[in-house]
Structures are given as C-alpha cells and as structure tokens.
Design a protein around this ligand. Structure first.
Ligand SMILES: NC(=O)C1=CN([C@@H]2O[C@H](COP(=O)(O)OP(=O)(O)OC[C@H]3O[C@@H](n4cnc5c(N)ncnc54)[C@H](OP(=O)(O)O)[C@@H]3O)[C@@H](O)[C@H]2O)C=CC1
Ligand SMILES: CC(=O)N[C@@H](CCC(=O)OP(=O)(O)O)C(=O)O
Length: 316
C-alpha cells in the first residue's frame, strides 16, 4: 500500500469521495470544505459509476473515502488495489469491511492505542452509527471487568430517518413512512457483528433498533440488572468507570451524574455536532441502570467520524 505522502508530497493531501452525492458523502464534503485542510477532487457526475474514471480519480488521491452501498464499496477497494504502488489509503463508510482482516476500526476513543492504529492504517472502516453508541457503552465496562464477556446484553436504539440513506429520507419527507417503528426484529441487524467484535462480547447481544419521524439524532440504550454483575456495582460505579475511560476525549463525554435526575433524555440535542455523550440512569432500590449514548447519526455516527478518521490518517 502507498505511504502517506503519495502522490502530492508537500502539497495539501488530495481526497476523493466515491459516492460524494449521497447522504454520507455530502456530509463529509461539507465538513471538509469548512475545514479547508485537504483538496477534495470530484468526479464528473455523469462518470460517478464509471469504473475507469473512478480508478483515475483514485490514482490522483492520497486518500479515498467510500460512501457507497456495500457491493460498490468492495468493488472500489479492488479498483484501488489494482493501482499497486499508486494505490491510495482507504476509509470505507460502508458496512462491508468493519470486521474484515486487514482493516482498522475507525473509533479512536474505543480503546487505548486505537487513534494511533487509525493514524498508521492503510485501510480504515468507519463504524456504524448504532454500533458507535453501543460500543461506546460496552467496551469500557467489559475491559474493566464490570461486564462479563458472556453477559446477556440487550440494546435498544432509536435513529432519525436519515440513517436509512436517500430512499428512506425520500419516503419520510413524502409522508410515505410510519411516524415510528421498531425494525430489525429478525435479530440480525447488520451492525451486530461489529458490536460484538469491538464490544468484546462472547455472546450475541439482542439489538432492537427503531426509526422515528425526525431527520437526524440517535439514542442507544443498554439496560442492566446491576446485582447480576460481578461485585454488584452501583450506577455511580459504572458512571465513574465510563468517565475515567473517556477523560480527555474531545468527541466523547460522560454527562455529570446529576443530569440523570431528570429521568429523561431526548435524541436531537447533539445534531450537527461530531460528539457523542453518555448518560447513566439508575435506581438503587431496584438495583437497575440504563446507560444511554446520544449522538447525531450523521455526525459521530457517520460523516463526523469519517472526518475525524481522515484527520488522524492524514495528520491534518
Ligand atoms: N446514512 C447514514 O447515516 C450512514 C450511511 N453509511 C453508509 O454509507 C454508505 C452510503 O450510504 P448513504 O450515504 O446513506 O447512501 P445514499 O443512498 O444516500 O448514497 C449512496 C451514493 O452512492 C452512489 N452509488 C451507488 N452505487 C454506486 C456505484 N456502483 N458506483 C458509484 N457510486 C454509486 C449513489 O449514487 P446514485 O444515487 O446515483 O445511485 C449515491 O450517491 C452505505 O454503505 C451506508 O451503509 C454509514 C454511516 C451512516
Ligand atoms: C434508520 C436506519 O435504517 N438505519 C440504518 C443504519 C444506518 C447506518 O448508519 O448504518 P451504516 O453505517 O452501517 O450504513 C439501518 O438500520 O440499516
């Protein structure tokens, strides 16, 4: 794979977004235009599905970002690889490579050393939106022994409709979709493999996503019976563990415990930001807690995370 300075050593890095006109691609383009740290090179719209034209764009780029359906993303990776020494580094926003060998998972705050691994990687997979929320809650607890790897975990989540890409956006905006629905009830949502792999779970969790009639915003929640956990921790213990894990992180914060007194949380508060925040609700009498991660599915759940990874990869 090529090194970081190819092919424009000394100049601003060149970035090609394959799928630039889609929901995720546009979000990345807007953020990169605002930052002005890289030169985005764009393909003529009528050539956006022409393999030869895309390959030439890849040749001219230091980094390509794939904002494509999974099959097209796999094809794009082959196109890039066919360039041999001239191949750019790859950041894939699709689901295609998130648990694939040779790929680094693009969630820098997930674990110690992950940001450095992303910075040095040739192939980075941008996480799924729900998976980002779930792993943000699970991983620090599993790493600290507070949640056993084989604990029976159930995760609930609600997303804005932009999570479904252009077709779902069109359906909601033309009032052709329900106000709210649960889905993924075959219990095999596409984010389960990455939640399990990077949440360090030995046992398949139950994941129940839902979508509501709002464009963007997301809540991912993890209910826990505290007395079934090793040492029967309190909600405050879980809060302390999460706060210690994310101390100093720029894009992930643990809300002060007093905020949980409200007993409620709304989904849209972090819209148009690249942040994720974590809230720990609990009831000591019943020995129960509900941990909630809140994010913008298009921000830390997609385009914001991609730009964070791009900046790590290119050192900009
Ligand atoms: N929406 C979200 O919140 C998130 C989405 N993702 C992932 O990002 C990827 C893109 O999703 P999203 O932006 O929502 O999807 P969209 O449907 O909004 O956009 C997909 C884009 O890819 C283009 N495209 C499709 N097939 C090809 C091809 N063979 N060659 C070149 N371009 C192609 C489409 O063009 P055209 O419309 O002309 O067919 C469109 O511009 C998906 O893999 C999705 O899983 C990741 C994180 C979050
Ligand atoms: C509401 C909705 O349909 N959401 C999508 C996930 C969106 C997303 O971000 O997933 P990827 O990053 O893996 O594309 C779904 O459940 O399939």
């Amino acid at each position: 794979m090529s090194d970081q300075t190819h092919p424009t050593a000394g100049a601003r890095p060149r970035v090609f977004i394959d799928g630039e006109a889609g929901t995720t691609g546009l979000g990345i383009r807007t953020r990169l235009d605002e930052l002005g740290l890289v030169d985005v090179i764009s393909i003529a719209p009528e050539k956006r599905k022409d393999a030869d034209a895309r390959r030439e764009m890849m040749r001219a780029a230091d980094l390509i970002i794939l904002c494509l359906p999974d099959d097209a993303a796999r094809e794009a990776v082959s196109l890039a690889a066919s360039l041999g020494d001239e191949a750019p580094r790859v950041l894939d926003a699709s689901t295609a490579h998130r648990v694939s060998e040779g790929w680094t998972y693009g969630f820098p705050e997930m674990a110690e050393g992950q940001a450095e691994a992303i910075a040095g990687a040739s192939h980075v997979a941008n996480p799924g939106c729900y998976a980002t929320g779930a792993i943000a809650l699970l991983r620090p607890l599993v790493e600290r022994g507070l949640l056993p790897v084989d604990f029976p975990v159930a995760i609930n989540a609600v997303s804005g409709y932009s999570g479904g890409g252009r077709s779902m956006i069109e359906d909601y905006e033309a009032a052709r979709a329900p106000a709210f629905e649960l889905y993924g009830l075959g219990l095999k949502h596409k984010h389960l493999p990455e939640i399990r792999a990077y949440g360090l779970l030995a046992r398949q969790p139950i994941f129940v996503p839902s979508v509501g009639n709002f464009r963007q915003g997301m809540l991912v929640s993890l209910p826990l019976f505290l007395r079934d956990l090793p040492g029967a921790p309190s909600a405050a213990d879980l809060h302390a563990a999460l706060a210690a894990h994310y101390e100093g992180a720029r894009n992930v914060a643990v809300a002060p415990q007093e905020e949980a007194d409200a007993g409620r949380i709304e989904a849209l508060a972090l819209n148009d930001t690249d942040r994720l925040d974590i809230h720990v609700f609990g009831n000591a009498e019943h020995g129960q807690a509900v941990l909630v991660a809140r994010l913008d599915n298009l921000g830390k759940g997609a385009s914001g995370a991609a730009v964070q990874n791009l900046r790590l990869m290119l050192g900009v």
